[in-house]
Design a protein around this ligand. Structure first.
Ligand SMILES: NC(=O)c1ccc[n+]([C@@H]2O[C@H](COP(=O)([O-])OP(=O)(O)OC[C@H]3O[C@@H](n4cnc5c(N)ncnc54)[C@H](O)[C@@H]3O)[C@@H](O)[C@H]2O)c1
Length: 246
């Protein structure tokens, strides 16, 4: 029960890695608040896992007021001991074809949204004894990959926001870390055809995609008191993707 009695906000908790993390939090004895745009899926997860343990709050992470309301509602429901700052979208566009709108949408959600949620977390945690934040980065924050200009830029930004926030809070009982998944089998990859999917599989030394539960396990560790001396770190959960060529 590594998260017993902890209250944790999971943005993007209605699907994929976020949903798996909500399930993990409940299995580890905690309560979760899903901040997501997908009301049907968010409410269904809360209903399945128990409405005394999981709450869905409609939230667009780009909207500062909605983010603030998410924290207020979560504080009343279960307190906010931790935040998995995970909401994000995928985007594949050659750089020369990436429009201003394409660029801005990805940066707004995957980078500015992460900052807005982290800022709200700090404001709450600084007045409430501390907590733990885990930001969802990506292997594409570490490596370049063609056709992902905005996504890679946003994830590189997430890695460095993580370090900056960790420096600001290290003496204030707040830990800030990130996870960097390799390619994980979630709806974000649903646009890929079979050839592209197999191509991604072959890039991982383990020759498979990650499962959302494998990212959730690492995230739960970083959110837990077992990670009490870890801040400003990034945990790669990528089947060896970034370690080298196999
Ligand atoms: N799946 C992968 O291969 C992979 C790899 C590396 C990193 N990631 C990162 O993991 C995170 C989760 O991705 P996933 O694969 O589980 O995708 P997913 O599409 O299954 O889930 C993303 C969730 O975020 C929500 N969301 C999107 N925009 C939002 C917004 N503006 N406000 C609130 N919620 C919003 C969606 O409704 C959805 O429930 C993302 O940050 C993604 O970049 C995924």
């Amino acid at each position: 029960m590594r998260l017993k009695d902890k209250g944790i906000i999971v943005t993007g908790g209605a699907s994929g890695i976020g949903e798996a993390t909500v399930r993990k939090i409940v299995n580890e004895g905690g309560k979760a608040v899903i901040g997501d745009l997908d009301a049907d899926q968010g409410k269904a997860i809360a209903s399945e896992l128990g409405e005394d343990r999981v709450l869905y709050v409609h939230t667009n992470v780009v909207d500062s007021h909605e983010v603030q309301a998410l924290f207020q509602t979560a504080a009343d429901f279960c307190g906010v001991d931790g935040v998995f700052n995970n909401a994000g979208i995928g985007a594949i566009t050659p750089s020369d074809e990436c429009s201003d709108e394409d660029w801005q949408q990805v940066i707004d959600i995957n980078l500015t949204g992460v900052f807005k949620v982290a800022r709200a977390a700090l404001r709450h945690m600084l007045g409430n004894g501390g907590g733990a934040i885990v930001n969802c980065a990506s292997i594409l924050g570490h490596l370049g990959q063609s056709q992902t200009p905005a996504y890679s830029a946003a994830k590189g930004g997430v890695l460095n926001i993580t370090r900056t926030l960790a420096m600001e809070t290290a003496t204030r009982n707040i830990r800030v870390n990130s996870v960097s998944p390799g390619y994980v089998d979630t709806p974000i990859l649903s646009a890929l055809d079979e050839e592209s999917r197999n191509g991604l599989i072959s890039l991982h030394p383990m020759k498979r995609l990650g499962q959302p539960e494998e990212i959730a396990n690492a995230t739960a560790f970083l959110l837990s008191d077992e990670a009490s001396f870890i801040t400003g770190a990034d945990l790669l959960v990528d089947g060896g993707f970034t370690a080298g060529k196999s």
